[in-house]
Design a protein around this ligand. Structure first.
Ligand SMILES: *Cc1c(COP(=O)(O)O)cnc(C)c1O
Length: 388
């Protein structure tokens, strides 16, 4: 069966009501026929639901679909993307271990790796992610974890995932990839040699900006350790959010095709505009890693960036001139969103690091939605014409 069929047809068991759409199992715990059954289920001698902190039919259905889409052995859902990312580290690492991470990471990931994991004696070396030799140089005898995003938020930097997987071969290092921007529709990092793939399900997996969620898919040996951490510390996904996210996966393939088609068309329409220093999009020939993008990704994805001449003042004027696009820190929504990373999502990054990551005062991230592309092109062009 094709993945798209499974994304629609994988379904939690029907109840005696024989509902067509999956019901919402909004319950904290489950019941046992008698105390003996409770004992047997707790002892794992018999299958059965116990308590929604670590098992729930809606959550399990969502995870089963994600595991299928990412070609994974195992998976686990979380309350948010950040909970998933932190759990991957807290579950697998101990004091004295060392992480190597790409410096182009989501803002909160940088906070975790500089201010939180370090409290427990886990140090991190940041490297320019596209430079595989820099990863190799950063490896220490105690390096246990590689972490990166591809494409990165907001710089749209790509990591050569097979090359990174090759580098860690024969070493006791877990390669974890934040696949938030690409989704399993555009790339499946586990097939390229990663051990874990992590998502903020809040973004494209929900797709309509309604709920928060996170998920990790990957090798069972690692998921077992992460599951132990999560079961006892409780960063669980709510059944309601899982119900929404599982429904959303039915349309993920269709949505990502359309997001990518719209983003490609908008990038081409804005490229070269006189109010801009640059337009960046993985499937624009001018992207410095265009060949890698074409090799590694099925489509270019739904995100592009523009660098507006004249800095923050012009960005503000541009945001006021937009009539359709929302101004919000989210992405992956059916509604087009513009974000100014330097003052919002990436505001806490040191000024010198912002420069090296290309997060300039004029940089605007556009998460292209599913509106008519003609309307979007007209909206962005009139707003740019208004500030030139
Ligand atoms: C939003 C985002 C996260 C964090 O996810 P939450 O669901 O908001 O916790 C992590 N990584 C990337 C790339 C993101 O865009």
């Amino acid at each position: 069966m094709q993945k798209q069929t499974k994304a629609i047809r994988i379904q939690a068991e029907r109840s005696h009501n024989r509902e067509h759409s999956v019901p919402l199992y909004l319950t904290s715990s489950f019941t046992f026929d008698d105390a003996e059954e409770g004992r047997a289920i707790f002892a794992e001698e018999k299958a059965g639901n116990i308590y929604s902190r670590y098992m729930n039919p809606n959550v399990d259905e969502f995870v089963a679909k994600m595991v299928m889409l990412e070609n994974a052995e195992d998976g686990l859902a979380f309350s948010t993307g950040m909970a998933a990312i932190f759990a991957s580290m807290a579950g697998l690492l101990k004091a004295g271990d060392h992480i190597v991470a790409s410096n182009a990471l989501f803002g909160s990931c940088i906070q975790i790796l500089t201010k939180i994991t370090s409290k427990w004696g886990i140090e991190c070396t940041f490297v320019p992610g596209a430079d595989i030799a820099a990863w190799e140089k950063a490896i220490q005898p105690n390096t246990k974890f590689f972490f990166c995003e591809s494409p990165s938020n907001p710089g749209l930097e790509l990591i050569d995932l097979p090359a990174l997987a090759e580098l860690k071969k024969g070493r006791d290092i877990v390669l974890a990839v934040d696949n938030c921007f690409a989704t399993p529709i555009l790339q499946t990092p586990l097939d390229l040699g990663a051990d874990l793939v992590i998502h903020s399900a809040t973004k494209y997996i929900d797709g309509q900006g309604r709920v928060l969620g996170g998920v990790i898919c990957g090798k069972k040996v690692y998921l077992d350790e992460i599951r132990f951490f999560a079961r006892h510390t409780g960063p669980s996904l709510s059944p309601f959010n899982a119900w929404i996210l599982s429904k959303s996966l039915e349309l993920l393939d269709l949505r990502l095709q359309k997001h990518s088609e719209n983003a490609q068309a908008l990038a081409e329409a804005l490229d070269g505009h006189e109010a801009l220093n640059a337009v960046k999009y993985p499937f624009l020939k001018s992207h410095p890693q265009y060949d890698l993008a074409k090799r590694q990704m099925k489509y270019g994805g739904g995100i592009l960036t523009i660098d507006i001449k004249g800095g923050f003042e012009k960005v503000v004027a541009f945001s006021k001139a937009l009539k359709i696009a929302s101004i919000s820190p989210n992405l992956g929504d059916s509604r087009t969103i513009m974000t100014h990373p330097a003052s919002t999502t990436h505001a806490k990054i040191a000024p010198e690091d912002k420069i090296s990551l290309g997060i300039t005062e004029g940089l605007v991230r556009i998460a292209v939605g599913l509106e008519s592309i003609e309307d979007l092109k007209a909206d962005f062009l009139q707003a740019l014409n208004a500030i030139k």
